[in-house]
Design a protein around this ligand. Structure first.
Ligand SMILES: NC(=O)c1ccc[n+]([C@@H]2O[C@H](COP(=O)([O-])OP(=O)(O)OC[C@H]3O[C@@H](n4cnc5c(N)ncnc54)[C@H](OP(=O)(O)O)[C@@H]3O)[C@@H](O)[C@H]2O)c1
Length: 274
């Protein structure tokens, strides 16, 4: 039987995964989407030619896999309405929702896979960390790889706890680069540039540096190449090092990972009625 993937929730992240799936030449007929909002359903059907449903029961019936793509706060209620056949693959992209919670809400006789994508997935340039336990069959892993891989790269993790580290590095990561770009823009203005010129310079530098980082060359090597001895870049980098940039970033990523674990605790606490 051919694969049927039912998305529960047809919001931003679901649309980018579906768009990537179609762009990769995979069939629209494999996709069903359950979505509460009617305009959103119409949009998904017209953009991608996928089958859309207001009610989950028909969409889930006979599905090989589910992709849980509602907000974390909506997940418990969404799961309460699902009747999932044993052996179905369940791929959750919701931040903070643990596999143990999904097992409690949907059943233990399913192949649960937990993922952490990031926002560049919206452009097909994301990276997703995935985790499942050793008992999950290779076919289920391959399907999750195909769905998330349609929106960028994938990386499999050794433990569910590593999801917090992925959240800290890549999940929240785009914002760190945006913040650095903001700070550079402000510093440019302080050095005498117009706001518009400083903004253009900072933004295009982010884009240009990102493109250079797309090569196989290690980023430390890329940095070394543009940092000549006694030059301007070395002066700036030295100032950043003296200011404790490594400590600041370590603390920031630790804070993100800690917050991810706290949110997970809250959401799973709520799930058990605690
Ligand atoms: N966006 C990101 O960068 C990112 C990164 C990593 C992980 N994620 C995860 O991806 C998930 C989705 O995020 P998103 O940004 O795509 O959210 P979103 O745009 O709000 O999409 C969720 C959609 O699901 C609908 N919905 C809610 N309950 C439903 C139900 N019971 N059945 C069917 N549809 C339902 C929502 O409708 P209403 O609006 O009417 O409630 C909404 O259209 C989240 O769990 C998030 O943690 C997102």
């Amino acid at each position: 039987m051919s694969q049927v993937i039912a998305f529960i929730g047809g919001g931003n992240m679901a649309a980018s995964l579906i768009g990537g799936w179609i762009q990769a030449g995979r069939p629209a007929s494999a996709i069903r989407v359950v979505e509460l909002s009617e305009p959103r359903r119409e949009q998904l059907a017209s953009d991608y030619g996928v089958a859309v449903y207001a009610d989950a029961a028909a969409a889930v019936d006979g599905a090989t896999a589910l992709v849980l793509a509602v907000k974390p706060q909506q997940m418990r209620e969404a799961c309460a309405n699902l009747r999932v056949a044993p052996g179905t693959t369940v791929i959750s992209i919701a931040a903070g929702i643990r596999i143990a919670s999904l097992q409690a809400w949907l059943g233990h006789d399913l192949h649960h896979i937990r993922c952490m994508p990031n926002t560049p997935a919206l452009l097909g340039a994301g990276i997703t960390g995935l985790y499942t336990d050793a008992a999950t069959p290779a076919t289920a892993r391959a399907l999750a790889d195909a769905v998330l891989g349609a929106a960028g790269q994938t990386v499999w993790l050794d433990s569910e706890a590593q999801i917090e580290a992925v959240t800290a590095v890549s999940g929240s990561g785009p914002a760190y680069f945006f913040l650095v770009t903001e700070v550079m823009r402000e510093a440019g203005v302080r050095l005498g540039l117009s706001a518009e010129t400083a903004a253009r310079l900072a933004r295009q530098t982010l884009i240009g540096a990102a493109r250079m980082a797309e090569t196989d060359t290690d980023v430390a090597e890329l940095r070394a190449r543009v940092t000549s001895k006694g030059g301007t870049t070395e002066a700036a980098v030295q100032s950043l090092e003296n200011g404790g940039i490594r400590t600041i970033f370590n603390q920031a990523l630790e804070a993100a990972a800690r917050r991810g674990a706290e949110l997970g605790q809250q959401l799973s606490g709520e799930s058990d009625g605690r």
